[in-house]
Design a protein around this ligand. Structure first.
Ligand SMILES: [Zn+2]
Length: 374
Protein backbone atom coordinates (compact mmCIF):
# COMPACT_ATOMS: atom_id res chain seq x y z
CA UNK A 1 0.00 0.00 0.00
CA UNK A 2 1.58 3.29 -1.08
CA UNK A 3 1.26 6.47 0.98
CA UNK A 4 1.97 4.81 4.31
CA UNK A 5 4.80 5.53 6.69
CA UNK A 6 6.55 3.35 9.24
CA UNK A 7 5.93 3.93 12.91
CA UNK A 8 8.23 1.20 14.20
CA UNK A 9 7.98 -2.46 15.02
CA UNK A 10 5.74 -4.43 17.34
CA UNK A 11 6.77 -8.03 17.98
CA UNK A 12 9.11 -7.72 15.01
CA UNK A 13 6.30 -6.71 12.66
CA UNK A 14 6.50 -3.42 10.82
CA UNK A 15 3.70 -1.11 11.95
CA UNK A 16 2.54 1.38 9.32
CA UNK A 17 0.08 4.25 9.17
CA UNK A 18 -1.57 5.11 5.85
CA UNK A 19 -2.40 8.78 5.33
CA UNK A 20 -6.12 7.95 4.92
CA UNK A 21 -6.11 6.80 8.54
CA UNK A 22 -6.03 10.44 9.69
CA UNK A 23 -9.39 11.00 7.98
CA UNK A 24 -11.10 8.22 9.92
CA UNK A 25 -9.32 9.19 13.14
CA UNK A 26 -10.63 12.76 12.88
CA UNK A 27 -14.13 11.57 11.92
CA UNK A 28 -14.40 9.18 14.84
CA UNK A 29 -12.90 11.62 17.36
CA UNK A 30 -15.28 14.38 16.24
CA UNK A 31 -18.35 12.20 16.30
CA UNK A 32 -17.45 10.99 19.81
CA UNK A 33 -16.52 14.39 21.27
CA UNK A 34 -19.17 16.41 19.49
CA UNK A 35 -22.13 14.08 19.30
CA UNK A 36 -22.01 10.78 21.15
CA UNK A 37 -20.58 11.74 24.57
CA UNK A 38 -22.43 15.11 24.89
CA UNK A 39 -25.68 13.36 23.92
CA UNK A 40 -25.36 10.35 26.23
CA UNK A 41 -23.56 12.07 29.13
CA UNK A 42 -24.74 15.69 29.32
CA UNK A 43 -23.10 17.88 31.94
CA UNK A 44 -19.39 17.22 31.42
CA UNK A 45 -17.28 20.23 30.54
CA UNK A 46 -16.09 20.82 26.97
CA UNK A 47 -12.50 19.77 27.70
CA UNK A 48 -13.64 16.45 29.12
CA UNK A 49 -15.61 15.65 25.95
CA UNK A 50 -12.54 16.27 23.81
CA UNK A 51 -10.13 14.47 26.08
CA UNK A 52 -12.36 11.43 26.45
CA UNK A 53 -13.15 11.51 22.72
CA UNK A 54 -9.50 11.50 21.67
CA UNK A 55 -8.55 8.85 24.24
CA UNK A 56 -11.47 6.63 23.15
CA UNK A 57 -10.55 7.02 19.51
CA UNK A 58 -6.90 6.13 20.17
CA UNK A 59 -7.93 3.12 22.25
CA UNK A 60 -10.27 2.04 19.48
CA UNK A 61 -7.44 2.04 16.94
CA UNK A 62 -5.21 0.25 19.44
CA UNK A 63 -7.91 -2.43 19.57
CA UNK A 64 -7.81 -2.65 15.77
CA UNK A 65 -4.04 -3.08 15.94
CA UNK A 66 -4.47 -5.78 18.60
CA UNK A 67 -6.92 -7.54 16.27
CA UNK A 68 -4.38 -7.47 13.42
CA UNK A 69 -1.59 -8.44 15.78
CA UNK A 70 -3.60 -11.51 16.81
CA UNK A 71 -3.86 -12.54 13.14
CA UNK A 72 -0.14 -11.88 12.65
CA UNK A 73 1.18 -13.71 15.69
CA UNK A 74 -1.04 -16.76 15.16
CA UNK A 75 -0.10 -16.66 11.47
CA UNK A 76 3.58 -16.52 12.26
CA UNK A 77 3.30 -19.40 14.72
CA UNK A 78 1.72 -21.40 11.88
CA UNK A 79 4.35 -20.67 9.26
CA UNK A 80 2.78 -17.63 7.58
CA UNK A 81 5.24 -14.73 7.85
CA UNK A 82 3.66 -11.29 8.30
CA UNK A 83 5.64 -8.34 7.01
CA UNK A 84 3.60 -5.40 8.22
CA UNK A 85 0.39 -4.17 9.78
CA UNK A 86 -1.12 -1.04 8.25
CA UNK A 87 -3.87 1.13 9.66
CA UNK A 88 -5.89 2.85 6.94
CA UNK A 89 -9.32 4.38 6.39
CA UNK A 90 -11.24 1.08 6.52
CA UNK A 91 -9.41 -0.31 9.55
CA UNK A 92 -6.33 -2.46 9.73
CA UNK A 93 -4.70 -4.96 7.43
CA UNK A 94 -1.93 -7.48 8.09
CA UNK A 95 0.28 -7.89 5.07
CA UNK A 96 1.41 -11.49 4.60
CA UNK A 97 4.15 -12.43 2.20
CA UNK A 98 2.50 -15.71 1.38
CA UNK A 99 -0.84 -17.42 1.75
CA UNK A 100 -1.32 -20.29 4.16
CA UNK A 101 -0.06 -23.63 2.94
CA UNK A 102 -2.53 -25.59 5.10
CA UNK A 103 -6.23 -25.00 5.73
CA UNK A 104 -5.74 -25.49 9.47
CA UNK A 105 -3.22 -22.61 9.54
CA UNK A 106 -5.58 -20.35 7.63
CA UNK A 107 -8.49 -21.22 9.92
CA UNK A 108 -6.50 -20.41 13.08
CA UNK A 109 -5.05 -17.23 11.65
CA UNK A 110 -8.42 -15.96 10.40
CA UNK A 111 -10.29 -16.76 13.60
CA UNK A 112 -7.64 -15.17 15.84
CA UNK A 113 -8.67 -11.59 14.94
CA UNK A 114 -12.38 -11.76 15.83
CA UNK A 115 -11.57 -13.81 18.95
CA UNK A 116 -9.12 -11.09 20.06
CA UNK A 117 -11.79 -8.43 19.45
CA UNK A 118 -14.31 -10.39 21.53
CA UNK A 119 -11.82 -10.78 24.39
CA UNK A 120 -11.01 -7.05 24.26
CA UNK A 121 -14.73 -6.28 24.24
CA UNK A 122 -15.18 -8.39 27.36
CA UNK A 123 -12.27 -6.67 29.11
CA UNK A 124 -13.67 -3.22 28.40
CA UNK A 125 -17.09 -4.33 29.60
CA UNK A 126 -15.54 -5.54 32.86
CA UNK A 127 -13.79 -2.17 33.25
CA UNK A 128 -17.11 -0.46 32.63
CA UNK A 129 -18.86 -2.53 35.30
CA UNK A 130 -16.04 -1.95 37.76
CA UNK A 131 -15.86 1.81 37.31
CA UNK A 132 -19.38 2.90 36.47
CA UNK A 133 -20.09 4.17 39.97
CA UNK A 134 -16.58 5.56 40.47
CA UNK A 135 -15.36 7.44 37.34
CA UNK A 136 -18.16 8.09 34.88
CA UNK A 137 -15.92 9.30 32.02
CA UNK A 138 -13.69 6.22 32.03
CA UNK A 139 -16.68 3.93 32.38
CA UNK A 140 -18.32 5.73 29.43
CA UNK A 141 -15.21 5.20 27.36
CA UNK A 142 -15.04 1.53 28.33
CA UNK A 143 -18.65 0.73 27.44
CA UNK A 144 -18.33 2.33 24.00
CA UNK A 145 -15.11 0.39 23.38
CA UNK A 146 -16.78 -2.84 24.55
CA UNK A 147 -19.58 -2.28 22.03
CA UNK A 148 -17.38 -1.27 19.11
CA UNK A 149 -15.06 -4.26 19.59
CA UNK A 150 -18.04 -6.61 19.65
CA UNK A 151 -19.30 -4.97 16.43
CA UNK A 152 -15.82 -5.34 14.94
CA UNK A 153 -15.76 -9.06 15.76
CA UNK A 154 -19.24 -9.69 14.36
CA UNK A 155 -18.72 -7.59 11.23
CA UNK A 156 -15.49 -9.41 10.49
CA UNK A 157 -17.21 -12.77 10.78
CA UNK A 158 -19.42 -12.09 7.73
CA UNK A 159 -18.41 -14.98 5.45
CA UNK A 160 -17.34 -12.89 2.44
CA UNK A 161 -13.67 -12.91 1.47
CA UNK A 162 -11.49 -10.85 2.31
CA UNK A 163 -13.26 -10.48 5.67
CA UNK A 164 -12.05 -12.87 8.38
CA UNK A 165 -15.30 -14.82 8.12
CA UNK A 166 -14.61 -15.24 4.40
CA UNK A 167 -11.19 -16.66 5.21
CA UNK A 168 -12.68 -19.03 7.75
CA UNK A 169 -15.23 -20.02 5.08
CA UNK A 170 -12.47 -20.58 2.53
CA UNK A 171 -10.41 -22.70 4.90
CA UNK A 172 -13.46 -24.91 5.53
CA UNK A 173 -14.23 -25.22 1.79
CA UNK A 174 -10.56 -25.98 1.24
CA UNK A 175 -10.62 -28.62 3.95
CA UNK A 176 -13.67 -30.38 2.58
CA UNK A 177 -12.91 -30.07 -1.14
CA UNK A 178 -9.13 -30.40 -0.85
CA UNK A 179 -8.91 -27.76 -3.58
CA UNK A 180 -7.43 -24.40 -2.61
CA UNK A 181 -8.15 -22.72 -5.93
CA UNK A 182 -11.78 -23.73 -6.04
CA UNK A 183 -12.27 -22.78 -2.38
CA UNK A 184 -10.83 -19.33 -3.11
CA UNK A 185 -13.03 -18.90 -6.16
CA UNK A 186 -16.18 -19.62 -4.16
CA UNK A 187 -15.15 -17.53 -1.14
CA UNK A 188 -14.18 -14.54 -3.28
CA UNK A 189 -17.44 -14.81 -5.22
CA UNK A 190 -19.41 -14.71 -1.97
CA UNK A 191 -17.16 -11.79 -0.95
CA UNK A 192 -18.05 -9.86 -4.08
CA UNK A 193 -21.72 -10.59 -3.41
CA UNK A 194 -21.38 -9.20 0.13
CA UNK A 195 -19.64 -6.14 -1.32
CA UNK A 196 -22.52 -5.53 -3.77
CA UNK A 197 -25.07 -5.98 -0.96
CA UNK A 198 -23.27 -3.34 1.11
CA UNK A 199 -23.24 -0.93 -1.83
CA UNK A 200 -26.94 -1.56 -2.42
CA UNK A 201 -27.72 -1.20 1.30
CA UNK A 202 -25.68 2.02 1.47
CA UNK A 203 -27.47 3.56 -1.49
CA UNK A 204 -30.87 2.52 -0.08
CA UNK A 205 -30.03 4.23 3.22
CA UNK A 206 -29.09 7.43 1.40
CA UNK A 207 -32.46 7.52 -0.37
CA UNK A 208 -34.74 6.08 2.32
CA UNK A 209 -33.25 7.72 5.44
CA UNK A 210 -31.70 10.96 4.12
CA UNK A 211 -30.61 12.13 7.59
CA UNK A 212 -28.38 9.00 7.74
CA UNK A 213 -26.78 9.76 4.35
CA UNK A 214 -23.28 9.64 5.76
CA UNK A 215 -23.66 6.12 7.19
CA UNK A 216 -25.12 5.06 3.85
CA UNK A 217 -22.20 6.51 1.95
CA UNK A 218 -19.76 4.86 4.34
CA UNK A 219 -21.42 1.45 3.98
CA UNK A 220 -21.35 1.80 0.19
CA UNK A 221 -17.64 2.66 0.30
CA UNK A 222 -16.87 -0.36 2.47
CA UNK A 223 -18.85 -2.49 0.01
CA UNK A 224 -16.87 -1.07 -2.88
CA UNK A 225 -13.61 -1.78 -1.07
CA UNK A 226 -14.64 -5.38 -0.27
CA UNK A 227 -15.76 -6.02 -3.84
CA UNK A 228 -12.44 -4.71 -5.17
CA UNK A 229 -10.33 -6.74 -2.79
CA UNK A 230 -12.31 -9.90 -3.45
CA UNK A 231 -11.95 -9.45 -7.24
CA UNK A 232 -8.21 -8.89 -6.88
CA UNK A 233 -7.84 -12.07 -4.82
CA UNK A 234 -9.86 -13.95 -7.41
CA UNK A 235 -7.57 -12.76 -10.21
CA UNK A 236 -4.54 -13.60 -8.10
CA UNK A 237 -5.71 -17.19 -7.71
CA UNK A 238 -6.27 -17.37 -11.43
CA UNK A 239 -2.74 -16.35 -12.27
CA UNK A 240 -1.35 -18.51 -9.51
CA UNK A 241 -3.02 -21.39 -11.31
CA UNK A 242 -1.32 -20.35 -14.55
CA UNK A 243 2.11 -20.03 -12.92
CA UNK A 244 1.91 -23.32 -11.07
CA UNK A 245 4.78 -25.57 -12.14
CA UNK A 246 6.47 -22.87 -14.27
CA UNK A 247 10.18 -22.56 -13.50
CA UNK A 248 12.60 -19.64 -13.59
CA UNK A 249 14.41 -20.96 -16.65
CA UNK A 250 11.19 -20.85 -18.66
CA UNK A 251 10.65 -17.13 -18.35
CA UNK A 252 13.97 -15.56 -17.49
CA UNK A 253 15.83 -13.20 -19.78
CA UNK A 254 18.76 -15.36 -20.81
CA UNK A 255 20.44 -12.71 -22.92
CA UNK A 256 21.48 -9.95 -20.58
CA UNK A 257 24.60 -8.27 -21.98
CA UNK A 258 27.52 -7.65 -19.68
CA UNK A 259 28.30 -3.97 -19.17
CA UNK A 260 30.81 -1.95 -17.16
CA UNK A 261 29.64 0.00 -14.08
CA UNK A 262 31.13 3.23 -15.47
CA UNK A 263 29.15 3.34 -18.70
CA UNK A 264 26.55 6.13 -18.90
CA UNK A 265 22.86 5.36 -19.34
CA UNK A 266 22.82 7.34 -22.55
CA UNK A 267 25.54 5.14 -24.02
CA UNK A 268 23.76 2.00 -22.83
CA UNK A 269 20.46 3.01 -24.39
CA UNK A 270 22.08 3.90 -27.75
CA UNK A 271 24.26 0.83 -27.84
CA UNK A 272 22.11 -1.97 -26.47
CA UNK A 273 18.49 -0.98 -26.22
CA UNK A 274 17.83 0.83 -29.51
CA UNK A 275 19.80 -1.62 -31.58
CA UNK A 276 19.76 -4.84 -29.59
CA UNK A 277 16.39 -4.53 -27.81
CA UNK A 278 17.90 -5.78 -24.57
CA UNK A 279 15.93 -5.31 -21.36
CA UNK A 280 18.44 -6.35 -18.71
CA UNK A 281 22.15 -5.97 -18.04
CA UNK A 282 24.68 -7.72 -15.86
CA UNK A 283 27.05 -5.13 -14.48
CA UNK A 284 30.51 -6.58 -13.95
CA UNK A 285 33.89 -5.16 -13.07
CA UNK A 286 37.09 -7.16 -12.76
CA UNK A 287 35.26 -10.34 -13.70
CA UNK A 288 32.92 -10.01 -10.74
CA UNK A 289 29.18 -9.33 -10.70
CA UNK A 290 28.64 -5.82 -9.30
CA UNK A 291 24.92 -5.57 -9.85
CA UNK A 292 22.09 -5.77 -12.33
CA UNK A 293 20.20 -3.17 -14.29
CA UNK A 294 16.76 -3.33 -15.88
CA UNK A 295 14.71 -1.05 -18.11
CA UNK A 296 12.76 -0.05 -15.04
CA UNK A 297 15.93 1.28 -13.37
CA UNK A 298 16.73 3.33 -16.45
CA UNK A 299 13.19 4.72 -16.57
CA UNK A 300 13.55 5.90 -12.97
CA UNK A 301 16.03 8.54 -14.19
CA UNK A 302 14.78 11.51 -16.24
CA UNK A 303 16.02 11.31 -19.81
CA UNK A 304 18.02 14.59 -19.79
CA UNK A 305 20.18 13.08 -17.03
CA UNK A 306 21.07 9.91 -18.91
CA UNK A 307 24.20 11.49 -20.31
CA UNK A 308 25.68 12.14 -16.87
CA UNK A 309 24.35 9.13 -14.96
CA UNK A 310 26.53 6.07 -14.74
CA UNK A 311 25.20 2.54 -14.58
CA UNK A 312 26.58 1.98 -11.07
CA UNK A 313 24.37 4.80 -9.73
CA UNK A 314 21.09 3.16 -10.72
CA UNK A 315 21.84 -0.57 -10.76
CA UNK A 316 20.72 -2.90 -7.99
CA UNK A 317 24.04 -3.67 -6.27
CA UNK A 318 25.12 -7.28 -5.91
CA UNK A 319 24.86 -7.25 -2.11
CA UNK A 320 21.18 -6.41 -2.36
CA UNK A 321 20.42 -9.21 -4.78
CA UNK A 322 18.67 -12.43 -3.92
CA UNK A 323 19.37 -15.21 -6.34
CA UNK A 324 17.06 -17.74 -7.93
CA UNK A 325 17.84 -21.12 -9.49
CA UNK A 326 16.90 -22.30 -12.99
CA UNK A 327 14.50 -24.98 -11.78
CA UNK A 328 13.02 -22.86 -8.99
CA UNK A 329 9.25 -22.51 -8.97
CA UNK A 330 8.14 -19.08 -10.22
CA UNK A 331 5.56 -18.78 -7.43
CA UNK A 332 8.25 -19.12 -4.79
CA UNK A 333 10.30 -16.50 -6.64
CA UNK A 334 7.32 -14.14 -6.50
CA UNK A 335 7.02 -14.77 -2.76
CA UNK A 336 10.67 -13.91 -2.26
CA UNK A 337 10.28 -10.75 -4.33
CA UNK A 338 7.36 -9.75 -2.13
CA UNK A 339 9.20 -10.59 1.05
CA UNK A 340 12.29 -8.53 0.20
CA UNK A 341 10.54 -5.84 -1.82
CA UNK A 342 12.58 -6.46 -4.97
CA UNK A 343 11.50 -6.71 -8.58
CA UNK A 344 14.29 -8.74 -10.13
CA UNK A 345 16.40 -11.76 -9.29
CA UNK A 346 19.41 -13.11 -11.16
CA UNK A 347 19.17 -16.79 -11.97
CA UNK A 348 22.35 -18.57 -10.94
CA UNK A 349 23.57 -21.96 -12.05
CA UNK A 350 26.91 -23.43 -10.90
CA UNK A 351 28.05 -20.06 -9.60
CA UNK A 352 27.34 -18.27 -12.88
CA UNK A 353 24.52 -15.85 -13.69
CA UNK A 354 22.57 -17.43 -16.54
CA UNK A 355 19.67 -15.00 -16.70
CA UNK A 356 17.40 -12.59 -14.93
CA UNK A 357 13.80 -12.94 -13.74
CA UNK A 358 11.90 -9.68 -13.34
CA UNK A 359 8.35 -8.81 -12.38
CA UNK A 360 7.99 -7.54 -15.94
CA UNK A 361 8.85 -11.05 -17.23
CA UNK A 362 6.07 -12.47 -15.10
CA UNK A 363 3.55 -9.87 -16.21
CA UNK A 364 4.43 -10.40 -19.87
CA UNK A 365 4.21 -14.17 -19.48
CA UNK A 366 0.75 -13.89 -17.91
CA UNK A 367 -0.43 -11.41 -20.54
CA UNK A 368 0.68 -13.66 -23.38
CA UNK A 369 -1.09 -16.62 -21.81
CA UNK A 370 -4.31 -14.68 -21.32
CA UNK A 371 -4.20 -13.31 -24.89
CA UNK A 372 -3.93 -16.85 -26.18
CA UNK A 373 -6.73 -17.86 -23.86
CA UNK A 374 -4.73 -20.50 -21.99
ZN1 LIG B 1 -9.36 -9.51 10.97
Amino acid sequence: MGGAFNLGRIFGIQFRLHYTWFIIFVLITFSLSWQYFPYVYPGWNAWTYWLVGIATSLLFFSSVVAHELAHSLVGRANGIPVKSITLFIFGGVAHMTREAARHSAELKMAAAGPIASLVISGLFFAIHLGLKDIIESVAAMAVWLAQINAVLAIFNLIPGFPLDGGRVFRSLLWRFSGNYQRATKIATRVGRGVGYLFILGGISIIFLIPQQWFSGLWLAFIGWFLENTASASYRQTQWQGVLEGVTASELMNATCPVVSPDVTLDHLVQEYIFTGGHRCFLVTGGGELKGILTLRDIKSIAQPNWEVTEVKKVMTPAEKLKVAYPDQDVLSILEQMGEHNISQMPVVSEGRVVGLVTRDNLVRFLRTRSKLGI
